[in-house]
Design a protein around this ligand. Sequence first.
Ligand code: NAD
Length: 243
Amino acid sequence: MYKQAAKVIKNAERVTAFTGAGISVESGIPSFRGKDGLWSKYNPEFLEIDYFYSNPKRSWELIREIFYDFFGESEPNAAHYALAEMEKNNLLKTVITQNIDNLHTIAGNTNVLEFHGSSRDLICIECSKKYPCIESRLYSLPPKCSCSGILKPDFIFFGEQIPEPAQSLSFAEAELVDVLILIGTTGEVMPAALIPYKAKENGAVIIEVNTRESNYTNDITDIFLIGKATDVMKELQKKLGIG
Ligand code: NAD
């Protein structure tokens, strides 16, 4: 399976990765759902946009604790670095990620489409001015813009639109790829979940990396590499001759 995956990647003109929460689990960031997921510990209402507008301080207290104090300590793992190495060796064009943790960029990928935005920046809900999220901005909550508007993390909350141009660029990329590598995604979050189907419709080979079967596995996946993202991607890197 690994040899076959490596061959398909080497022979392709355009290979892209589509990643979800599973790729960052080994960096210490839990996924949302499941037994150890964030929603087993927290009520997700603090990430609903209407709740944020009516309770910005309460919402921000949890956002700071989870997405900045806790996730902020995380570093890329071997799977993130494998994708960066593939890009350096012209074996990967783009990473489309549903994650908001910025770990692909930190690992060294330069062409990253952040479908749900990123925790890296804050955005004013009044004037849309953006600020890099440095620690001191979160000393007093909620953080404020120079126009006095409230700042929110520049990732989407439940009830918000997918940011542009990430959405259109991601779907356009799905139409261009010969190979799409899915890593650590269930395929349950819409509309991101449609990207692999769009790629398949356009003739792409789908390689999937996951610890267990997802919505895609028995439907559109051509090569299923079962296992933890770090183990699988290290092995794939070796087979590609770049490990
Ligand atoms: P999900 O939580 O629905 O599913 C995670 C998937 O990863 C599952 O299929 C699981 O089997 C797999 N997985 C778990 N550990 C793995 C490992 N070590 N190696 C390989 N696969 C592993 O994730 P989703 O499909 O990305 O959807 C959840 C939504 O929540 C997305 O929008 C995502 O961006 C967001 N989210 C992001 C982060 C983050 O930024 N790191 C964390 C949690 C949730």
